[in-house]
Design a protein around this ligand. Structure first.
Ligand code: T1G
Length: 695
């Protein structure tokens, strides 16, 4: 923050109000106070005949300062500032460039005319962070552009390109030029009378009860579990009445949203995406990655290759046999054609992107690539053999990465004479769609190679999260723990469908049994067999039901049956054989049967997830709680409005979490153990959010 983020520049009859508050000119307290004081000063002086507000830097005001959210608001409140702008006797125009979002767009709406610069995008993204436009957006935009367009903008949160904004009368002109130059020119036009100005508040909103009703009905289906979207509709509906009443109503709805855990969760999700880039190695210079080799043309390898090709990186795809190579190329082709359909890749670029793929059966063809990503099946011996060969083939300084999802990257690195060049790059399937990339740092990984992993994540438009080596790194280690709690509840008497439905009502896109059916129950089955000799003898076996399904060849969707039956890709109901399988498994397990409410299911499942997530932070596998939140938000379908497992943990509190774990431990002391970090938190009254601030 510069010491004077808002300054007045006087040029004859023109007054410019310049906002300079990097990085995005957010309306922090000093900016709010500066805008209000400047308008008041200029009106008191009575000399200027036109005022133009513009911003320094890469964008016009991009919104309120969301770092202030959840803290006591320091006056002046943004609505008061913008009422001062609108009621200025001297005409005020806004010169908007970059991304004029939220409170920034509302500053424009409160001005008496809006000039967009080429490349401008406007938006009301507040609903994405759990609130509603709180500084007149729901009252002024309908007056300019109507209720339907306002509902579209405020409920989608999308960025509207300048041409569309001009078409809807949201901006008055769209011009080229430097913000300050345009500010002077347009202010002069106001004085000359060639640029007409008007107060938005003086306009009337055209009522549209049908749009309101249709939108309400749609939100009941798509956003029943969310709070803010419904408040948007209520506030926009009020814009057909007197402005002061509408503004008061809007403020009340905004403050109600501010108090919700959903706002805290969505803000955490917003910052999680950015906080994870704050790593110890961030000052290191990444190695140049201009070409990539991918070993393995299976689901993961072809997904990774697709992701690199879409980022403009040439890829050499290596397989051991022609049929595997052909399958890989076919999958990549299908993925890229899908990208064209989804508008992620232009038709024109499709051919060039495909041409950047070099399929080969010779690993020697990787001699000159800057980065190799191994994506073969999860067998340590096979990986060691591959890395041993890469050591002899690849040029010095090439980064050698494994896409392993849980194996020890230190061991893989030890198979080479260059462990400093080895790193884990754990992609999530489908690799060209899922945004998460776990970047696994082995003991000897060079810090520059870690920075290279993060630079690659950015290039691939993924969210890189730093992880240390352990079985399953961050996400899969925690998943391996909490997924047992779901299996235990089924053995205790809950039906798989009740577990799934309860967790989907909590906000998960899919319950754990449906996820198992989707991914393939045989994967977990193989894992349990792999880990059998490492399983503690006193651990309650969680695989009885799933093993029985697999022994019948019921792996889930891919075999038409798993926990559920699938016909033409659609789930038609629970597997009819489940009754006998459950009876037999429960008899073998021997635990007393019990009834679970949906809340019990959520509490146990989330407490299990939180306890292992806490241990992952405690063990230093993840840098901070917010890194674990990012893993689950962007890799495991965790409900965004809850902010991530450890953000959600703060809504429960350490003391209550300990109480729950100790109560559950009465049934199974091996599985339910209180993490030390929770005990310290309870003793100090701390939260995971505190640890993020320390991290
Ligand atoms: N407040 C505080 N910091 C912000 C911020 C904001 N609104 N927006 C971005 N930053 C920080 C961000 O954390 C990062 O910090 C740096 O700026 C660059 O951001 C009353 C109540 C503007 C499109 O929701 O969509 O107005 O990590 O990495 O990719 O009705 O940031 O460098 O320390 O994202 O070029 C409404 C949110 C707020 C906009 C730029 N506005 N921001 O993207 O850079 S609520 C928003 C964005 C509101 C009113 C209501 C994007 C961007 P650091 P970045 P980018």
């Amino acid at each position: 923050m510069t010491d004077q983020p808002v300054t007045i520049e006087r040029e004859g009859d023109i007054a410019l109000i310049r906002i300079d508050n990097p990085p995005v000119n957010a309306t922090g307290q000093a900016v709010r106070a500066g805008i209000k004081a400047s308008i008041e000063e200029l009106n008191a002086e009575g000399k200027a005949r036109a005022i133009a507000i513009y911003c320094a830097g890469r964008t016009f005001v991009a919104g309120a300062d969301i770092r202030e959210f959840g803290k006591p608001m320091q006056p002046p409140a943004l609505p008061d500032v913008y009422n001062t702008v609108e009621s200025s006797e001297i005409p005020v125009i806004a010169i908007m460039h970059g991304t004029a979002l939220g409170g920034g767009f509302e500053l424009g709406l409160s001005s008496h005319a809006r000039i967009g610069l080429t490349g401008l995008r406007v938006g009301l993204p507040e609903v994405n962070i759990g609130v509603i436009p709180g500084a007149s957006g729901t009252q002024r935009l309908p007056r300019l552009a109507g209720i339907p367009f306002t509902l579209d903008m405020a409920l989608s949160g999308r960025m509207v390109p300048a041409a569309e904004a001009l078409e809807h009368g949201v901006i008055d002109q769209l011009v080229d030029g430097d913000p300050r130059d345009v500010a002077l020119t347009k202010a002069q036009e106001v004085i000359d009378g060639t640029l007409v100005t008007r107060r938005t508040g003086a306009l009337e909103t055209t009522p549209d009860p049908e749009a309101i009703a249709t939108t309400r009905a749609k939100l009941e289906k798509t956003a029943a579990h969310l709070f803010a979207p419904h408040r948007v509709v209520d506030a926009v509906e009020k814009s057909t009445g007197p402005m002061d009443e509408g503004l008061k109503f809007e403020r009340a709805q905004f403050m109600a949203c501010m108090d919700t855990p959903q706002r805290a969760g969505l803000i955490n999700a917003f910052f999680a995406e950015r906080a994870v880039a704050n790593i110890p190695e961030k000052k290191e210079t990444p190695r140049e990655i201009a070409s990539v080799g991918v070993i393995g043309g299976g689901t993961m390898g072809s997904g990774i290759a697709t992701s690199c090709l879409l980022a403009g990186l040439p890829v050499t795809l290596v397989e051991v046999a022609q049929d595997g190579l052909d399958r890989g190329v076919a999958t990549i082709t299908k993925n890229l054609q899908g990208a064209v359909k989804r508008g992620k890749l232009s038709e024109a670029k499709y051919d060039a992107t495909m041409a950047a793929l070099t399929p080969t059966l010779a690993m020697e063809d990787l001699a000159e690539v800057d980065l190799v990503i191994e994506a073969v099946f999860e067998n340590m011996d096979v990986k060691k053999e591959i890395f041993g060969k890469l050591d002899t083939i690849c040029k010095p300084g090439a980064v050698l990465a494994s896409n392993t999802s849980y194996l020890n990257v230190d061991e893989i690195a030890a198979a080479t004479g260059r462990p400093q060049d080895v790193i884990g790059l754990h992609f999530f399937s489908p690799a060209h769609v899922m945004r998460l990339l776990e970047i696994v740092v082995a003991d000897k990984t060079d810090p520059a190679v870690v920075a290279t992993g993060f630079a690659l994540a950015k290039r691939l438009k993924k969210i890189g999260v730093r992880a240390e080596v352990c079985d399953g790194f961050i996400g899969n280690r925690i998943l391996a723990h909490y997924s047992k709690s779901a299996s235990y509840m089924v053995l205790d008497g809950a039906s798989p469908q009740q577990v799934d439905d309860a967790l989907e009502a909590f906000g998960f896109a899919m319950g754990p049994n449906r996820v198992g059916d989707l991914a393939g129950l045989d994967i977990g089955w193989a894992n349990r067999k792999r880990m059998a000799d490492q399983r503690p003898s006193n651990e309650r076996y969680a695989g009885l039901v799933s093993d029985a399904l697999c022994e019948n060849g019921w792996y889930g969707r891919k075999t038409g049956k798993g926990f559920y039956v699938y016909e033409d890709g659609r789930e038609t109901g629970p597997n009819p054989a489940l009754g006998d399988i459950l009876e037999d498994a429960r008899a073998k397990d021997g635990a007393p049967q019990r009834d679970y409410t949906d809340q019990d299911i959520v509490d146990r499942y989330m407490t299990a997830m939180i306890s292992e997530a806490a241990r992952v932070v405690e063990d230093g596998i993840a840098l901070r709680p917010i890194d674990v939140d990012a893993v689950f938000l962007f890799g495991y379908g965790f409900p965004r409005f809850r902010g991530g497992p450890l953000c959600y943990a703060d809504t429960i509190g350490a003391a209550e979490l300990i109480r729950r774990i100790e109560a559950y431990a009465q049934e199974d002391a091996q599985y339910w153990q209180v993490p030390e970090i929770l005990r310290r938190m309870a003793a100090e009254g701390g939260t995971f959010a505190d640890l993020n601030r320390e991290g």
